[in-house]
Design a protein. Structure first.
Length: 418
């Protein structure tokens, strides 16, 4: 008895790759589809249509878009500075948004699953208290992704929020690393209801970008092609304004001390604030700009080092998907040793870690000097430890196991022999 219809619920999923962590699921879904007949996705996202249908690997995929009540679709930059906006889905406002969307999601699910029975539902994002409402009112088996511990203050209330979200009967939590798994257990989640599955990226089949192609790309953006490109990207889930300004000051210090390189601070459009433009000084080796998905793909092709310090020592990194994507291209990472960073940054092999500005500058210099040697370590680590095929296989095993256990529980409750 195997799963044949999987339901997915999440924020801002779309079929095409964008600038967020849903790129992981865009890669995973075709792999899951090989073993399934139907996948139905409920995505909280403003979209031009209410529904999309397509077939992949013989599986029928349906995306049902649930328009958010008041949050903007990520990737849309209307130039307005909103006082509560701290990223794609701000923390407290995101909680309210998820709650408001709950009725729409439940209504859509109940209607659709009556006609097309579903065996398992996975929350691609932590939907907060919605987890509890949906799980308790359904007969399905459930799992939920736990991408990172954001270390929000006050920690007491943040931990309560996570406990309410995750400590739900019949809900298995899927953290992306062992460190976060331990944290979840420490705050009261039953270890029998967690399953660690690292996320990953697809191994690229693209031919390596030639030096000539890199020169053309860098000239297009006014970047000297004879200097290493140090790339920063924001905002990722753990990055905030304070982290950006810290990285910016380190870049200025490194350049003033003689580093011959260009620092590019590539922002997602929805996170770029108008006053950031004044910080861009291309003639001094610093570029600060709003970057489209296509532009960022080009930057990744030309990048020599990915520089992304995180100041909050309370966070637990997944690590972010962007880090894995760059690692898979052979790009070393220089960052701070916050919890979780050690899963991806092996000092001297895949990058460098330091809490000090001088240490980070030293790491950047060493990564530039040794990049040709470190490249193979980076690619090997990404392919072995963060391979999306392994992630998909482990998700399928978990989904099938929970579905079978749920069927057995229901049969036992009604006195039906197996």
């Amino acid at each position: 008895m195997k799963l044949n219809h999987l339901g997915l619920i999440g924020l801002n999923f779309q079929r095409e790759k964008g600038s967020g962590d849903k790129n992981f699921w865009v890669d995973v879904i075709p792999l899951l589809a090989r073993e399934l007949k139907r996948i139905t996705i409920f995505s909280i996202r403003k979209h031009s249509t209410a529904e999309e249908q397509y077939s992949v690997n013989g599986c029928n995929v349906v995306i049902k878009y649930v328009s958010p009540a008041f949050l903007e679709t990520p990737g849309v930059n209307n130039g307005r500075r909103i006082f509560w906006k701290q990223g794609v889905f701000p923390s407290w406002l995101g909680v309210i948004e998820k709650y408001i969307s709950m009725k729409k999601i439940c209504s859509e699910m109940n209607s659709y699953f009556k006609e097309h029975p579903c065996q398992h539902i996975h929350f691609m994002d932590n939907m907060g208290i919605i987890n509890r409402f949906i799980v308790q009112k359904s007969t399905h088996s459930f799992t939920v992704s736990a991408m990172s511990y954001q270390g929000k203050s006050p920690a007491f209330f943040y931990n309560i929020y996570l406990r309410i979200s995750y400590r739900v009967k019949r809900l298995v939590v899927v953290p992306y690393n062992d460190i976060f798994n331990k944290k979840l257990i420490d705050i009261g989640i039953n270890p029998e209801n967690t399953c660690v599955i690292p996320w990953g990226v697809s191994q690229s089949n693209e031919a390596e970008t030639t030096d000539e192609e890199k020169t053309i790309i860098m000239h297009r953006f006014g970047i000297p092609s004879n200097r290493p490109l140090i790339l920063w990207s924001g905002y990722i889930q753990q990055i905030n304004r304070k982290d950006f300004l810290y990285a910016y000051q380190i870049a200025k210090k490194a350049l003033s001390h003689g580093l011959k390189a260009t620092f590019c601070f590539a922002f997602k459009p929805e996170s770029f604030e108008s006053d950031f433009s004044s910080l861009s000084e291309p003639e001094k080796g610093i570029i600060v700009k709003s970057t489209s998905v296509d532009e960022f793909q080009n930057f990744k092709k030309c990048c020599h080092v990915f520089f992304t310090p995180v100041l909050n020592k309370k966070v637990i990194l997944a690590p972010p998907l962007t880090w894995i994507e760059l690692l898979s291209k052979g790009v070393p990472i220089v960052t701070t040793p916050v919890p979780g960073s050690e899963n991806i940054v092996k000092p001297g092999n895949t990058g460098f870690l330091s809490w000090t500005a001088d240490g980070l500058i030293h790491g950047i210099n060493q990564a530039i000097i040794n990049r040709s040697i470190m490249k193979s370590f980076c690619i090997e680590t990404a392919n072995y430890e963060f391979n999306v095929k392994n992630s998909a296989e482990r998700y399928l095993q978990l989904f099938n196991k929970l579905y079978q256990e749920r069927v057995y529980d229901v049969q036992s409750a009604y006195g039906i022999s197996r």
